[in-house]
Design a binder for this molecule. Structure first.
Ligand SMILES: Nc1ncnc2c1ncn2[C@@H]1O[C@H](COP(=O)(O)OP(=O)(O)OP(=O)(O)O)[C@@H](O)[C@H]1O
Ligand SMILES: [Mg+2]
Length: 364
């Protein structure tokens, strides 16, 4: 019988092995361990689609309980504030009952948070009042509250209200932490909102490409932990096809593993088939959606890079091909760099940063 496929090409799914995030995790986990005034306790993660933002939030939230945090994980959408209270009380119950110990049956554990309408009932005070009470009760148990907010949406009023209230908790020295994640354009719009100005002091983490070296280690480990081996040539090919992109690594891995069938060793031919299939999945899952979000000017800029194929493009050429001034082109350059689609390549040059975006535009 063959072992189940260990790769996870599903959005939001924490992979068996997290590639290339060691330093970042260390930094943020240190903050969770130490608490207090560490700037990483208020962290903003941004990066393009499929780079691993949701996974990072989920991973950190799961780790945080070890350091005495209850995690409330929500998405920025209407109802978010109430959802924070619901998620926090549920998570607190779970953590407290697990600490009380397995020797007690769940029935004999006092329902501490979830059953108490003190926090959940809007009649018992406004959101800030109820949160303050909840934070106080958590503190009595030696616990802090970590709030994670995914898919930051700067047009959501509740998010702006949240930010305004959250800073009171910080000022009052409550044991709180906040991790938010979103697409770069959304995060930067949120930061420019004047009511959310305290967020500008948050630690900002841009998630981007993972080094080939790290992809290689994580790929091999994922395969071997699941009971197969992989030839060097196959590993080389898988790493090249991944091109530093988290979601791509899972797609290539998943397809390559499947291609190897019942065999215990993954060979080059499997990786070659896997890479070809993964390419199509990546284009339909990430590249197409990313391009749909772009403005006409953004697209015109990217198209002006196409004649250079795999070489970096000079800003002068790009502006000329767009029929615009270099200053005009520069505006789009910074937008696209921020979105993780292109990257500076020496003075006056840029190149594509997201895998396959060039191929997709060429095919279009
Ligand atoms: N560090 C990592 N190493 C390996 N695989 C990863 C890593 N981070 C994420 N992944 C994988 O990449 C895929 C995308 O991750 P995730 O859903 O977190 O992306 P995202 O940045 O939230 O995307 P979106 O902007 O579309 O919400 C998932 O299949 C996940 O398993
Ligand atoms: Mg996500």
């Amino acid at each position: 019988m063959t072992a189940p496929n260990p790769f996870t090409p599903t959005f939001g799914k924490v992979p068996a092995v997290l590639a290339g995030r060691d330093l970042l995790l260390q930094e943020v986990e240190t903050a969770l361990r130490n608490g207090g005034g560490d700037p990483n306790l208020c962290s903003l993660f941004s990066g393009p689609r499929g780079v691993g933002k949701t996974v990072l939030l989920a991973y950190l939230a799961a780790r945080s309980s070890e350091f005495g945090w209850v995690a409330a994980n929500v998405t920025a959408r209407p109802g978010m504030l109430e959802d924070i209270i619901e998620r926090a009380t549920d998570a607190a119950d779970e953590l407290v009952s697990s600490r009380v110990g397995a020797r007690l049956t769940s029935l004999s554990i006092p329902a501490l948070f979830g059953a108490s309408w003190e926090y959940r009932d809007p009649e018992k005070g406004n959101w800030r009042t109820r949160m303050t009470r909840l934070l106080g009760t958590l503190e009595n148990h030696g616990l802090g509250l970590l709030i994670t907010i995914d898919e930051v949406d700067p047009s959501l009023e509740e998010l702006i209200d949240f930010a305004a209230t959250y800073q009171h908790f910080v000022r009052e020295n409550r044991k709180v932490a906040l991790f938010m994640a979103g697409l770069p354009a959304n995060v930067s719009t949120l930061l420019s909102d004047k009511s959310a100005s305290f967020l500008r002091r948050a630690a900002q983490h841009q998630l981007g490409r993972i080094d080939d070296y790290d992809v290689r280690i994580a790929f091999r480990e994922t395969v071997e932990d699941a009971g197969k081996t992989i030839e060097d040539a196959a590993l080389d090919r898988a790493v090249a096809a991944t091109d530093g992109f988290a979601y791509m690594m899972q797609l290539v891995g998943f397809r390559t593993w499947a291609a190897s069938g019942e065999r215990a060793c993954i060979v080059d031919e499997d990786a070659s088939q896997g890479a070809a299939r993964a390419r199509e999945d990546f284009i339909s899952g990430v590249v197409r959606k990313t391009c749909q979000d772009l403005s006409e000017g953004d697209l015109a800029f990217l198209e002006a890079m196409l004649p250079d194929v795999d070489e970096p493009s000079s800003m002068t050429d790009i502006a000329q091909r767009m029929g615009k001034t270099t200053n005009y082109a520069r505006v789009y350059r910074s937008r696209l760099v921020e979105q993780g689609l292109i990257t500076p390549a020496g003075r006056g040059y840029v190149r594509f940063d997201m895998p396959l975006i060039c191929d997709y535009l060429l095919e279009d």
